[in-house]
Every structure is written in C-alpha cells, then in structure tokens.
Design a protein around this ligand. Structure first.
Ligand SMILES: [Zn+2]
Length: 365
C-alpha cells in the first residue's frame, strides 16, 4: 500500500473537516516486523506523529491474511463459521475476526455513500425474526428496503422476550433465564424510530414529493410514524401481514429479502443448528451480507427480464460509483473509526464499538 489517506492521529489539526491545513507526510526510517521485513515509517508534518504504513492495512495486527473475496463467497452460500474455518484451515474466531474487519470496511463505504444517496422510489419496512444464543432470545432485525429495487437502505436489531406457545418446562427455563437477562426497555419503538430517522435523512435529498412507506399493521410502526416530526412527505400504507405473500403483495420487497436472507445465511435458516452466539458478530455478518446483496448480487438471476446489474443500480445509484465501491471493499485498506464516525448512524456506531450487548452479556465465540 502506498497511498496515505489521512493522518492516523485523531487529534491532528489536518484531520478536522473544516481545516484548511492539508495533510502532508515525510518518510521517517524503517521498522521490522516479526518476519524481519522492513516496513516504512512516516511522520505527519502537521502533528509530527510517526506511524507505520500498516495502520491503514485491513490486516493490521493480523498474523494470517485470508482471501476476502473467497470469504464473502462462503458467507453468502449458507456456510457456518465452523464450515468456513475448515475451508480456510484456521480457527472459527479468526474467521469471525476477518468478517468483522470486512464489515467495518463495508460500513465505512456504505456510510460515505449514504451521505449523497438520493431516494428515488417508495420503500417498505419490516422486521426479520431470528435468534441469538438460544430460542429464548429472539432478535428482530428491522429492515428498510426499496420497493422497486429491493435495495437494503438500513437495518438495526433488538432482542425481545420469546412469544408464542411454550411447554411448561420451557416456561420455567424462560423464567430462570430472564431473571439473569437484561432487555432494553422500549427497544422496538427506539429501533423503528431510528429507521424513520434514516428515512428522513434520505428524504432530505429526494426530489420525490410523495413517498409511500409500506409496513404491516404493527401498532409500534403506526405510533412511531405519527410521532415522527419529519414524515410529512410520507404516506404510511399498512398491509395485513397475513395476506397472501405473492409479488403483488405490498410487502413483497420485505418478504423477498426475508426469503433471501433465510436461504443464504446459515444462522437465519429456519430451525437452524448454526445459530449465532453473539449479536455483534451476527450483525457484522449481516452487514457484509447486505453489502453483497446491494452491490454484488445480480438484480435478477434471469437477466433477460432486466438489464440492471445490481440492486444498487435498480435504486438509481450510478454504476460507476457501484463499480468503485465494490473495488474499494477489497482494496486491502482499513478505515479508521474517527475518520468515518460522523457518517455512521447510531446503530452502526454501536456495532463498530461493540456496544451491542447480548441479554446474558455473553462474550463472542
Ligand atoms: Zn497529523
């Protein structure tokens, strides 16, 4: 790697967005790594801090580098972490570590794109139910999808108490577990409000005068929608979730995404044995999946029916920008948190900083 994107010191005067001081660096000797290879050091001319060029490497501090393109291929074909570890001949924790690195890179690229992303279609939102750790800890992943493009604009997640019919033994187990567990109060409302906040930011850049938001008849969606101060351009259309799930269903975009995710990602397959044990890990994998879905997966497998190459293109994003973003994902560089923090939404910030907690505060696998 030869290009230095910015000084790695968060306090450096050239790193402020409003600063007129241009970043500038000089070579400052070498250091050697464990393999006795020489690595160039640089010094920032503004803050005088010296640094190793590898600080911008996606494999920074990692001893084993793996092929990230191959990793994505494995992730989207329903391989579990242990399957992947066998394929790559390494430990499951190494696989998860590399997925986390890739997820952060994808998050940084998507966040930058979000700053100029213009909404050109109606949208639909719904929650995908899965679980982390055990079926006593179901998660809801709220997703905002383009109605025409099925582009995933936004998602976040929260835990809730197990619903539905349970046996007496399950009730007792739940009681015991829930005594030790912590669930965020008002999480469903907070989660949907954050989704609407993101939609509001998209609307600020949209020339469309009326936008339809399709959801099911969940009361929380309704309450949050009427309370949100920036939804005047939006018409909230509610469809009964029990209606037949075909392509003319208004919730088709959400049902489509739901089906695709359950098909492609091992941990969301129904009755799966490969469930996730940690919410942060699960969401990082989901982020890489949504990036692949938006920019790398063909819009429709039957190309004759569509000449659009990806869901991103169907959402009206310039193919040149999509080409660049795909290339950047695998360019081997790493994004430093402080340089992208302001572009990330609150959920992404929590995910990046590993602040999403499991109800039993379990550590990652
Ligand atoms: Zn500096």
């Amino acid at each position: 790697m030869h290009r230095i994107p910015h000084c790695p010191n968060p306090l450096c005067p050239s790193n402020k967005a409003e600063s007129e001081i241009k970043p500038s660096f000089r070579k400052k000797g070498f250091e050697s790594n464990k393999r006795q290879e020489k690595i160039q050091r640089y010094q920032c001319k503004n803050c005088r801090q010296t640094f190793n060029i590898n600080v911008f490497d996606i494999n920074y501090y990692a001893h084993k580098s793996i092929d990230y393109k191959r990793l994505v291929d494995a992730m989207i074909s329903s391989s579990g972490i242990r399957d992947m570890a066998r394929q790559f001949r390494c430990s499951p924790s190494l696989i998860q570590n590399r997925i986390d690195r890739l997820a952060r890179k994808a998050m940084a690229l998507f966040a930058k794109l979000s700053e100029t992303l213009e909404l050109k279609e109606d949208v639909a939102a719904d929650g995908l139910e899965s679980f982390v750790l055990s079926q006593f800890f179901p998660t809801n992943i709220n997703i905002l999808v383009g109605s025409k493009s099925q582009f995933i604009y936004y998602f976040n997640s929260f835990f809730f108490h197990r619903k539905g019919r349970t046996t007496k033994a399950q009730k007792e187990k739940a009681k015991e577990l829930y005594q030790r567990a912590t669930f965020e109060k008002g999480a469903p409302s907070r989660s949907f409000k954050e989704l609407l906040d993101y939609l509001a930011a998209l609307l600020d850049r949209s020339y469309m005068t009326d936008i339809i938001l399709d959801t099911d008849k969940n009361q929380i969606y309704h309450h949050q929608f009427v309370r949100h101060p920036k939804m005047e351009k939006v018409i909230h259309r509610k469809t009964d979730s029990k209606e037949e799930r075909n392509t003319s269903n208004k919730l088709f975009p959400c049902n489509y995404i739901d089906r695709q995710i359950r098909k492609d990602q091992a941990e969301h397959v129904r009755e799966t044995l490969q469930f996730s044990r940690n919410i942060s890990n699960s969401m990082n994998r989901f982020f890489v999946y949504s990036f692949w879905h938006n920019f790398m997966k063909p819009f429709r497998i039957n190309r004759k029916k569509s000449n659009l190459s990806s869901h991103g293109e169907a959402a009206g994003i310039d193919p040149i920008i999509i080409g660049k973003i795909k290339e950047d994902l695998f360019d081997g560089t790493r994004s430093l948190y402080f340089s992208v923090k302001n572009s990330l939404n609150p959920f992404q910030q929590d995910l990046w900083e590993k602040r999403l907690l499991n109800p039993l505060h379990c550590k990652a696998v």
